[in-house]
Design a protein around this ligand. Structure first.
Ligand code: APR
Length: 234
């Protein structure tokens, strides 16, 4: 059972140059969620959905992990088995920073899954609507992304980790989307502390006892120094 659960959102990848969702010029200002991120959108206009994720997949080739990803991965290696990182992000920047103990609760850009069976495959190219499932042949391959209205991944493991952790830390997330937006409140219900690293106060900032305000690249290393003191306290 991890002592610390760290939830990350688009804000941790912002300093690598990836767009967030709810900034003024963010992804949801450029695209309607109903057009690109719902099961109905996929059946109505699969080409548009694939185009949206192909663009975001291609953008991964031009970015690299930033100081926040690196600090988090290094810290997790210092406390093996004690840190679980749950990311809402679908990019691979945590992996590229060497992060261990990582769960992608909203899926991954570099993966496709079948619309009918459990088939999944790593994928970094251009996907399109007419990719028959190589396993069942009946379904089509789709982005392995949790659309709005679909169940996030790993919820059993997440629920268990939140019920037993000592600290829940949220980094770079606006607290708009449940269930992730409720993790701090849930962890506190089980007696954990809740810390926040964010550029500005998110929707659910009242759920947190400590707030490291500022850019993730600056604040995550400072927060981790504090967390080290907390974990090694007598
Ligand atoms: N450092 C720290 N925080 C930052 C930075 C930065 N450099 N840049 C932006 N932020 C903060 C913003 O202030 C905002 O609170 O990151 C947060 C990003 O919020 P969103 O754009 O809403 O992204 P996120 O919270 O990850 O969205 C959650 O919503 O659309 C769904 O599935 C999608 O996983 C996503 C989920």
């Amino acid at each position: 059972m991890p002592d610390v659960v760290i939830l990350t959102g688009a804000g941790i990848s912002a300093e690598s140059g990836l767009e967030t969702f709810r900034a003024e010029d963010g992804l949801w200002a450029q695209h309607r969620i109903e057009d690109v991120c719902t099961p109905e959108a996929l059946s109505r206009n699969p080409a548009l959905v694939h185009e949206f994720y192909n663009k975001r997949r291609a953008a991964l080739r031009d970015v690299a992990p930033n100081a926040a990803h690196e600090a988090l991965a290094k810290f997790s290696a210092e406390f093996p088995g004690k840190i679980l990182v749950i990311t809402q992000n679908v990019d691979d920047l945590h992996e590229r920073a060497g992060q261990s103990g990582l769960l992608h609760m909203h899926g991954e850009l570099l993966s496709l899954k079948c619309t009918r069976c459990d088939f999944r495959q790593a994928f970094s190219g251009e996907s399109h609507a007419e990719m028959p499932c190589p396993d069942c042949g009946a379904g089509r391959l789709r982005p392995d992304i949790v659309f709005f209205g679909e169940m996030p991944y790993f919820m059993d493991e997440i629920q268990k980790a939140l019920s037993g952790c000592e600290v829940l830390i949220a980094i770079g997330t606006s607290g708009n989307v449940y269930p992730a937006a409720g993790f701090a409140e849930l962890a506190r219900h089980y007696g954990a502390e809740s810390w926040l690293v964010n550029l500005d106060p998110p929707q659910n900032h009242r759920d947190f006892q400590r707030f490291f305000q500022g850019r993730a690249g600056e604040q995550v290393p400072l927060m981790l120094d504090e967390l080290r003191r907390w974990l090694t306290r007598a």
